[in-house]
Design a protein. Structure first.
Length: 365
């Protein structure tokens, strides 16, 4: 059978550019998707494992989805769906017989592509966007495949790179590819007048409302900061997720409704404008392989205060281009916010240093 496509891309998450209508993800327009669009040939086949968001097709590319990761069925049924999905994926690979297979995501997403690449002797580009050591199964899969001659390992930062090396990967084989931000990202657009014209000290959180993003700590950070600064501070929360009601309930419990404004999800092309409106942006994540929003805060030239977890420790130099506090130490995070409020010169210095990292994220290659 002849080759039917040059490249087959497997992506944990949606591989097609998502529209800024309805539900939105912040990496929809800017970031990795730009690089994939740039690198893929027009006749590539793209296999996504999420099927909930609106998409627009690009060129003559062929798109497939199998949304088993979003299934709300029981644990056993989810596992059965995963097995079916892996078989479906392998059959698609055999049918299209690509010359190159690219997988973006966790090691568990690389099983079928690895089997295909091994059988047919084609290169497998394995792009690790998650912590490799987060789960035992992922670690075992990564250790099994990373040093194979036909596997080209790529990471989105230093943390997964170091973790692959700890599993025995050859450091010379590993390529780090940075998220790319095109000129369109750096376009400041009008935002709500009550935010733009506010004389309050504006603290933003931008991201998913999920446990891994520190949502149990976020209300405590707000409460402690307000106890020190009173009505001088205002928190703006951008995003959505499974714990948004938890955060709202806590804010109500602490009687802080006037201190916090929930803005909900916003289009990707507005994120820069909200960051630019902030005096400080916080990233209280408990788990973060590569902090995409952290990168966006820094390249936008705004001070960042983050938990010293995962890849954030590689991205931020504490006291130079941002502040790191121990993971889970919400008291220290609140104190850093107060310190930045009280010291405008420090805010300016941190923001200027943070903006210097922008050049790292402007190379689409």
């Amino acid at each position: 059978m002849d080759m039917r496509t040059p490249v087959f891309l497997v992506r944990y998450g949606d591989m097609v550019r998502e529209l800024t209508k309805g539900k939105m993800r912040y990496d929809a327009v800017f970031g990795y998707t730009e690089q994939y669009d740039y690198a893929l040939p027009d006749d590539a086949v793209i296999f996504g494992k999420r099927d909930r968001l609106a998409r627009e097709k690009i060129g003559k590319r062929i798109y497939y989805t199998f949304p088993y990761l979003y299934s709300k069925k029981g644990k056993l049924k989810r596992r059965i769906l995963r097995i079916i999905g892996e078989i479906y994926e392998l059959l698609l690979l055999i049918w299209y017989r690509p010359k190159v297979v690219v997988v973006v995501g966790a090691p568990i997403d690389m099983i079928s592509p690895f089997i295909y690449a091994k059988i047919f002797g084609v290169p497998l580009i394995a792009v690790f966007h998650d912590e490799v050591l987060a789960e035992r199964l992922s670690s075992k899969i990564a250790a099994k495949i990373v040093n194979k001659p036909n596997v080209i390992p790529i990471t989105n930062g230093e943390l997964p790179r170091d973790q692959l090396i700890s599993l025995g990967a050859d450091p010379e084989k590993i390529i780090i590819h940075r998220v790319y931000y095109p000129p369109e990202f750096f376009v400041e657009k009008p935002i709500e007048p009550q935010i733009a014209n506010s004389d309050k000290f504006k603290v933003f959180y931008i991201g998913r409302f999920a446990w891994t993003k520190g949502m149990t700590d976020l209300p405590e950070i707000i409460r402690l900061t307000h106890s020190k600064l009173g009505d001088k501070v205002k928190f703006y929360l951008v995003g959505d997720g499974p714990m948004v009601d938890y955060v709202k309930d806590k804010i109500s419990e602490y009687s802080l409704e006037k201190v916090v404004e929930f803005l909900g999800p916003r289009p990707s092309d507005m994120i820069y404008s909200y960051i630019r409106a902030a005096d400080v942006v916080i990233v209280p994540s408990f788990v973060e392989c590569f902090g995409k929003i952290a990168a966006e805060i820094m390249i936008s030239g705004r001070p960042i205060v983050a938990y010293a977890t995962g890849g954030l420790k590689y991205q931020i130099t504490d006291g130079v281009d941002g502040f790191l506090v121990p993971t889970g130490d919400y008291k220290s995070m609140a104190q850093r916010i107060v310190e930045l409020y009280e010291n405008p010169q420090l805010r300016k210095k941190i923001a200027q240093n943070a903006a210097k990292v922008r050049k790292k994220y402007e190379d689409i290659n």
